[in-house]
Design a protein around this ligand. Structure first.
Ligand code: PMP
Length: 397
């Protein structure tokens, strides 16, 4: 039975990549696919006690409805974390979201009419494209190099796209490439957003997982006209299962996102907001993040060493200063999607995300995103070695 769906559903379809990644969920396969944190580093004991305590709190407050923009104490705590990182704000500037993913959905719904243009990095985060799609945007893309979005190309793109409304960027350790937007480009992006009257959607789930190099200011902290919507998340630095993210934005933008929040789900789970809040009261989040940084920095080195040792020399990988991913470039003729389906999964028993899916307009087949945080060091070595053998035998792909 096929029903008549609304036009906005036209491009809302499962991707071929989803099917491939589902195959990677087989426990006998070593998956470098998902953007998963290392589950062995989850603060399990602490969260166990926290959930026990909040359920028993007097009056059952953590089990009750809460304000739709989030628990006031949590909003204050988030504002403090943001301010300590140089993005000065108060609890009033914070909207708690169901993961930062919800902010991607709200931003598009709030700002994009069908046919309006969203500017993205090329490649960009697939989950953002999935969130934007029901708003029926068109895309204009800006290539990425080792210093992030090439903002020097932005002006020509903006002149050619008068319906551009929104620039979406992952400035820190981008998903999928791992690269970070330089300071010069951050300033140029803000200057152009001001000049062309655009909203900037700054998505920062990896920001605090820096292994080396200098912390750079957020776009929000460089924002001179209140046109940056900053999205943050506890998914990679605490646990993704809590589904706690947030938006920081100027009052009008934040209030309108707040209305969409009421429409979407009334509020983020009170239990999960209370748990995140108590974690921040009781424990040292920065100490926990320091542990993650050390662990992921080592895993990144293990993966890059294994790639150098086992992969054919023609294949290059980015060396990110933080985050969860490295981005591989294969010879022009190589098809990473076909290779995954026909060789990597069935023979090497290894999964990754083929790169084609991250390009909004013109897919390029000779790339792949590899996650280095989820697997153990031993599995990283085993998986990359197995893939290396398969690549040497099949580089003609
Ligand atoms: N943005 C980016 C760039 C991401 O990589 C992710 C998760 N992989 C998200 C947003 C969504 O994260 P969450 O909803 O868990 O906060």
């Amino acid at each position: 039975m096929t029903f008549r769906y609304a036009q906005r559903m036209a491009k809302v379809r499962p991707s071929a990549i989803g099917e491939l990644l589902a195959l990677g969920a087989d426990p006998s396969i070593i998956s470098f696919g998902g953007g998963y944190p290392d589950a062995t580093l989850f603060p399990q004991e602490q969260l166990d006690t926290i959930f026990h305590d909040i359920i028993r709190a007097p009056g059952g407050a953590a089990m009750q409805y809460a304000p739709s923009n989030g628990l006031p104490h949590l909003r204050e705590q988030i504002a403090q974390l943001m301010s300590a990182d140089g993005t000065l704000c108060t609890g009033d500037d914070v909207l708690v979201l169901q993961g930062s993913q919800q902010g991607l959905d709200f931003a598009a719904r709030m700002l994009i009419d069908p046919g309006d243009v969203i500017i993205t990095e090329d490649p960009t985060f697939l989950g953002a494209l999935i969130a934007f799609e029901p708003s029926q945007p068109k895309y204009a893309v800006v290539p990425v190099d080792s210093e992030g979005m090439q903002t020097e190309r932005l002006e020509a793109i903006l002149s050619a796209n008068p319906r551009a409304r929104l620039i979406y960027t992952v400035p820190d350790f981008q998903n999928p490439t791992g690269v970070t937007l330089s300071l010069v480009r951050r300033k140029q992006l803000i200057e152009l957003a001001n000049r062309y009257d655009l909203i900037v959607l700054e998505d920062t789930p990896y920001r605090h997982i820096r292994f080396s190099g200098q912390n750079l200011p957020t776009l929000k902290s460089l924002d001179t006209e209140g046109r940056v919507i900053h999205l943050g998340s506890f998914s990679k630095v605490l646990v993704p299962g809590l589904r706690i993210g947030w938006a920081i934005a100027s009052p009008d933008l934040l209030a309108r996102m707040g209305l969409l929040k009421v429409a979407a789900d009334t509020q983020t789970s009170t239990l999960n907001m209370a748990a995140a809040s108590l974690f921040l009261d009781r424990y040292d989040l920065s100490a926990h993040i320091a542990t993650l940084r050390t662990a992921y920095a080592t895993k990144k080195e293990v993966m890059l060493d294994a790639i150098r040792q086992h992969f054919p020399q023609e294949i290059s990988a980015t060396d990110p200063e933080g985050g969860l991913f490295t981005w591989l470039t294969f010879p022009e003729s190589f098809d990473a999607t076909a290779f995954m389906r026909e060789v990597a999964l069935p023979q090497a028993r290894v999964a990754y995300v083929p790169g084609a899916t991250f390009f909004p307009l013109t897919p390029r087949a000779n790339h792949a995103r590899f996650n280095f945080s989820a697997q153990s060091e031993a599995n990283i070595q085993t998986g990359i070695a197995a893939l290396g053998l398969a690549l040497h035998a099949n580089l003609s792909f």
